[in-house]
Design a protein. Structure first.
Length: 226
């Protein structure tokens, strides 16, 4: 009888411990950057970085880890961005890139990436059309859907010791993320199309990004806790 009581007591303790530990924590990588947009090709010494005036932009994104080894990291990014190019357009971006980072050095890690996405271009100029009365009236400006094809090179500077995804104790699904905190500088080039069919069918853009990466700890409940 005593053995049965001890067994049920042990079982109750185990179930209680499982119930308390039934909340799984997921890691959501988040990056945010500010950038300067220029409509130019990445040629010459300036590369469109020091051109004026400044056309400001901001982007926020996340990433999904495909592969991580001792010296390499391969991940898929998803980014939402907005920029304003005076006398040209407002640009709303939604794109993804396959990003490679060389992680051998703890203090400075080069990276590159390429991808594609959607760009909604809203003209910053007023447009008019001739109506049936022979008068010009202002056209409604809802913007135009565009395709963007992008690539970038950059440097990532870790600010906190990176925890390997396999050793992360905050997430049981260890193959879906890399914990990373740091700042980055990226030089991005993208083509926007179709821009103006008979004039500039593909518009070249460059942007210098300065940003910060962090990771958010998010709870995900399971069936263990009632």
């Amino acid at each position: 009888m005593r053995k049965k009581l001890l067994f049920f007591l042990f079982l109750a303790i185990r179930l209680s411990a499982y119930s308390q530990d039934s909340t799984i924590y997921r890691i959501l990588p988040v990056s945010i950057s500010v950038f300067n947009n220029q409509t130019t090709l990445p040629v010459g010494m300036k590369l469109g970085i020091t051109e004026s005036p400044v056309h400001p932009g901001i982007s926020i994104g996340t990433s999904f880890l495909w592969q991580e080894k001792s010296r390499h990291l391969l991940q898929q990014t998803a980014t939402f961005g907005y920029y304003y190019h005076r006398y040209s357009q407002h640009g709303i971006q939604l794109y993804t890139e396959l990003q490679y980072r060389y992680t051998r050095f703890k203090w400075l890690q080069p990276e590159t990436g390429a991808g594609l996405g959607y760009l909604h271009a809203i003209s910053d100029l007023e447009e008019f059309k001739l109506n049936s009365s022979g008068e010009y009236e202002k056209k409604r400006n809802f913007g135009r859907p565009q395709i963007m094809v992008s690539t970038h090179v950059g440097l990532f500077i870790p600010l906190k010791k990176k925890t390997s995804s396999a050793a992360c104790n905050m997430c049981r699904n260890s193959a879906t993320h890399a914990v990373q905190n740091g700042v980055f500088v990226r030089y991005q080039f993208w083509l926007q199309a179709p821009f103006v069919k008979n004039y500039v069918p593909m518009l070249p853009n460059t942007a210098l990004h300065i940003g910060y990466c962090t990771s958010l700890k998010m709870k995900r409940k399971t069936g263990g806790k009632k």
